[in-house]
Design a protein around this ligand. Structure first.
Ligand SMILES: Nc1nc2c(c(=O)[nH]1)N[C@@H](CN(C=O)c1ccc(C(=O)N[C@@H](CCC(=O)O)C(=O)O)cc1)CN2
Length: 305
C-alpha cells in the first residue's frame, strides 16, 4: 500500500474542537448558545444511531440539542407543523430532518418547509440554488467534509482535475459545485458514463459517491491521485463467521476497493473512519455558522466552504 491514509476521525475531532472554541466565544462574548433541532421519524436502526450521535456531539461542543422523535406513522401535516414551530423558535439555529423518511412522507416537501437560514443540511432548494450560483449558502455536510479534507491535504485545489462519481442531490451534485468553486476542472461521472475508468484515470481527485460496494478499483485511479470514498455499504463477511442467530457477520466497505486503490493512489480516505465522521462534525460547524449569520456575528474561520 503506497497511499497516505486521510484520517477522517482525527480530522473530525479537530473540527469539533474548533466548533467548541467558537461556541464558548459566542456564549461568553455575546450570550448566545447555538441550538440544533434534529427530527427523527420512525425507528430505522441506522438513523437512530446517527441521531443519538448528533445529539451527543452537539451537547459535547457546548450547544443546545433538541431531539424530536416521531412515530413512523406520523402524517405530513403533523411533521410540517413541528417544522413550522422550530422555524419560529429563536433558540433553534439549525434544523435537520433525518433521512430517509418513511415512504408515505414527501421528502422534498418536508425539506423545503425548513427555513433556509436554519437548513443546516443544505438541502433546501434555496440553498441548492445559492450554492450553484456562488452565493452564501448552507452547504451539505458530507461534501463540506470532503472539501475540508481535500483543502487540508492539498492546500489549493485550483486547476486540479476532479471527477465526482455519482450524481445524487445530497452528495454528487453539491460536491461538484464546491470543487468548481475552488477552481477545479470538474467532471460528474455516473452509471451511464461511457468508459468511466478512462474518465477517472485522468483525475487528480476522485470522489466516489455511487452507493455501490467497491465499484472503483485501483485500475480506475491515476498514480498519485487523491481518492475520497463517500460510500458506506454493509456487506456480508463470511470470513468473520456467524452471529448467535446464525446470520453471517457483516463489515463496512466503501464505494472504492480499498486495497487496490491504496496501491495506486497518493492519498485515500478509509471506510469506516474517513468521510463518515466528518459528516456530523460539519453539521456542528454548520449550526455555528447558521447561528452567527442569524445574529450578524463573525463566522468561524475554516468551518465553512
Ligand atoms: N438529514 C440527513 N440525513 C442523512 C445524512 C445527512 O447528512 N443528513 N447522511 C446519512 C447518515 N449520516 C448522518 O446523518 C451519517 C452516516 C455515517 C456516519 C459515520 O460516521 N459513519 C461511520 C461508520 C458508522 C458505522 O459503523 O455504521 C464511518 O464512516 O466511519 C455519520 C453520519 C444519511 N442520512
Amino acid at each position: 500500500m503506497g497511499a497516505q491514509i486521510i484520517d477522517g476521525k482525527a480530522f473530525a475531532a479537530q473540527v469539533r474542537e474548533k466548533v467548541a472554541g467558537h461556541v464558548a466565544h459566542l456564549r461568553q462574548a455575546h450570550g448566545v448558545t447555538p441550538g440544533l433541532a434534529v427530527v427523527l421519524v420512525g425507528e430505522d436502526p441506522a438513523s437512530q444511531v446517527y441521531v443519538r450521535s448528533k445529539g451527543k456531539q452537539t451537547v459535547e461542543t457546548g450547544m443546545n440539542s433538541y431531539e424530536h422523535r416521531l412515530d413512523a406513522s406520523t402524517g405530513e401535516a403533523e411533521l410540517l407543523a413541528l417544522i413550522e414551530q422550530l422555524n419560529s423558535d429563536r433558540d433553534v439555529h439549525g434544523i435537520l430532518v433525518q433521512l430517509p423518511l418513511p415512504a408515505h412522507l414527501n421528502e422534498d416537501l418536508v425539506i423545503n418547509a425548513i427555513a433556509p437560514e436554519k437548513d443546516v443540511d443544505g438541502f433546501h432548494i434555496s440553498n441548492v440554488g445559492r450554492l450553484a450560483t456562488g452565493q452564501k449558502a448552507m452547504v451539505p455536510c458530507t461534501p463540506l467534509g470532503c472539501l475540508m479534507m481535500l483543502r487540508e491535504h492539498h492546500g489549493s485545489l485550483s486547476g486540479m482535475n476532479a471527477v465526482v462519481v455519482g450524481r445524487s442531490n445530497i452528495v454528487g451534485k453539491p460536491m461538484a459545485q464546491l470543487l468548481l468553486r475552488d477552481s477545479c476542472t470538474v467532471t460528474i461521472a455516473h452509471s451511464r458514463t461511457k468508459e468511466i475508468e478512462e474518465v477517472t484515470r485522468r483525475a487528480d481527485i476522485v470522489v466516489a459517491a455511487v452507493g455501490r460496494p467497491e465499484m472503483v478499483t485501483g485500475d480506475w485511479i491515476r498514480p498519485g491521485a487523491t481518492v475520497i470514498d463517500v460510500g458506506i455499504n454493509r456487506v456480508d463477511a463470511p470470513e468473520k463467521g456467524t452471529n448467535e442467530d446464525g446470520s453471517v457477520k457483516t463489515r463496512l466497505v466503501g464505494d472504492c476497493h480499498f486495497e487496490s486503490c491504496a496501491e495506486v493512489a497518493g492519498a485515500i480516505t478509509p471506510v469506516p473512519g474517513g468521510v463518515g465522521p466528518m459528516t456530523i462534525a460539519c453539521l456542528l460547524a454548520n449550526t455555528v455558522t447558521a447561528c452567527c449569520r442569524m445574529h450578524g456575528l463573525a463566522e468561524p474561520e475554516g468551518l465553512t466552504a
